[in-house]
Design a protein around this ligand. Sequence first.
Ligand SMILES: NC(=O)c1ccc[n+]([C@@H]2O[C@H](COP(=O)([O-])OP(=O)(O)OC[C@H]3O[C@@H](n4cnc5c(N)ncnc54)[C@H](OP(=O)(O)O)[C@@H]3O)[C@@H](O)[C@H]2O)c1
Length: 335
Amino acid sequence: MTVKVGINGYGTVGKRVADAVTKQDDMELVGVAKRSPTYEAEMAVDKGYPFYAASEKYLDGFEEKGIPYEGMLEDLLEKANIIIDGTPKKAGYKPVYEEAGVKAIWQGGEDHELTGISFNSMANYDEAYGADYLRVVSCNTTGLLRTLYPLLENVGIDNCKAVMVRRGADPWDTSRGPINSINPVLDIPSHHGPDVKSVLPEIDIQTTAVKVPTTIMHLHSVIVDLEKEVGTKEVVDLWEETPRVKFFEASEGIDSTAKVMEYAKDRDNNRGDLNEIAVWKDAIKVEGSTLYYYQAIHQESDIIPENIDAIRAMCELEEDNEKSIQKTNEAMGIQ
Ligand SMILES: NC(=O)c1ccc[n+]([C@@H]2O[C@H](COP(=O)([O-])OP(=O)(O)OC[C@H]3O[C@@H](n4cnc5c(N)ncnc54)[C@H](OP(=O)(O)O)[C@@H]3O)[C@@H](O)[C@H]2O)c1
């Protein structure tokens, strides 16, 4: 069976999910919808992606620029089995998808309550199996879940405390800059801990966050009280086996987020993305039963494979999450 996938909101996330869908042999991209006649709309057409206007009121813009379109979002919804919503948070498309009778996936800008299911491929694939609606949790929450879930399953976690050092804006987003400040997020604890619990309610986790003047990655400083004493090597071995977690080492010349992203570009990753979570192997340390580590998150791309696995679960293409993860990873070249 091939699932027909449509994208509404062809921006940072939407365009990446679109490319990832075209790489899967069990999915077909039936179209992308957008409002503004930007270069991204032209590129979507150049790539051969069927292009739709988000609604009739945006047609003049596409006609003026000579960007060919197949129809409106409503026409795309008729063709799709499932929609990836890549619109900005709270755009409010749920009633539209419900009326069209199409399944839908939202992103981390939305609240858990919108769908009742918050998704991570390793942690709760089963909950998504056959579901009509879910949200893939944010880039930061996805990063925390990738490293915490295997610890929870294999070692046990008493408590986790983490500081999110957050990028100030997406790299293209000049509306928020120039930036020359460090802004503590004054809502304590930050929303990231509760967001992890929306997927894994059993984890005791508290987080705080600080915004810094960088655009390329987030960084997490994480301290975990484990249920039992383990060696550092045991944790290293566990994450070595964990999909979408990748080690970097200062001895290889990678001691900063800038160098992690340079590595991703040198690896010729699509758009220079890094779908894996970057963990500094040198800095994983267990003292007694307390684990310390740093990880870096490429905010625009870590959630993309999660969207693909979510499609597979919701459309009942694959029952086993490990098989879906492996299939997605192979198709996308994720290590
Ligand atoms: N950016 C990240 O790094 C990141 C990471 C993880 C999760 N997320 C989440 O992903 C979601 C999307 O964020 P994003 O960063 O991809 O946004 P984005 O880059 O601003 O892209 C949003 C896209 O939606 C389109 N759009 C805006 N309003 C629309 C509407 N009413 N109807 C249809 N299309 C509309 C925009 O098109 P026009 O140009 O045509 O207006 C644009 O193509 C949010 O929930 C966000 O929190 C973002």
